[in-house]
Design a protein around this ligand. Structure first.
Ligand SMILES: [Fe+2]
Length: 195
């Protein structure tokens, strides 16, 4: 399964930004400049066996090439609060990244999830218990509709808890410092509450 393939426009744009001629690029991957010209004018597509050499010649990875997206994180040490979450709709894989990335799982490219403010149907309560906090997410936990994880994010730390259908969406967390509590509903997406 594949949701995108490299386009001629991407090849052209990357080639030009690397200051390579069509002949120079062709040379690096063992095709003719005419072939590169055909790709760039949408009169042909590189064979799948050429994707890896093509990506290498252009200095990016295959996933970036396929998505036409080239990511450079200048200062990734910055701040955990810029952390991004990705969830695979097919297998449920939860991925977090401290910077921009092209993330692919089960053959599809995952969008960066955008969090909404907690609503009435995804309400949470927080109760202080000694030096920890007891978090309850008031939500259905059936196999069809459930909360799959919660994460408390501060500028230097991420605590993540996985939940499972037919369990309870509740946990103890150390809520130290200012941060955001994120939680994900398999039907309604990502929610966020400032703590
Ligand atoms: Fe929901």
């Amino acid at each position: 399964m594949m949701n995108s393939y490299v386009t001629g426009a991407t090849i052209k744009q990357l080639r030009e930004s690397r200051k390579l001629t069509q002949a120079e690029l062709a040379d690096k991957i063992g095709v003719s400049s005419k072939t590169v010209s055909k790709w760039e004018t949408a009169k042909g597509l590189p064979d799948i066996s050429l994707l890896q050499p093509l990506a290498e010649a252009l200095g990016i990875c295959v996933i970036e090439l396929m998505n036409g997206e080239h990511i450079t994180n200048k200062n990734i040490s910055g701040n955990m609060l810029r952390c991004k979450f990705y969830v695979c709709p097919i297998c449920g894989n939860v991925i977090h990244s401290t910077g921009a990335a092209v993330i692919s799982c089960c053959g599809i490219t995952l969008p960066t999830l955008e969090a909404e403010d907690a609503d009435e149907d995804h309400r949470i309560t927080i109760e202080k218990v000694e030096d920890e906090h007891f978090i309850t997410i008031h939500h259905s936990m059936t196999k069809q509709h459930f909360i799959s994880f919660a994460a408390f994010l501060t500028s230097d730390r991420l605590q993540m808890v996985k939940f499972y259908p037919e369990g309870n969406a509740e946990t103890r967390l150390q809520l130290r410092g200012m941060g955001y509590l994120y939680y994900y509903c398999n039907r309604h997406g990502l929610f966020r509450k400032k703590i």
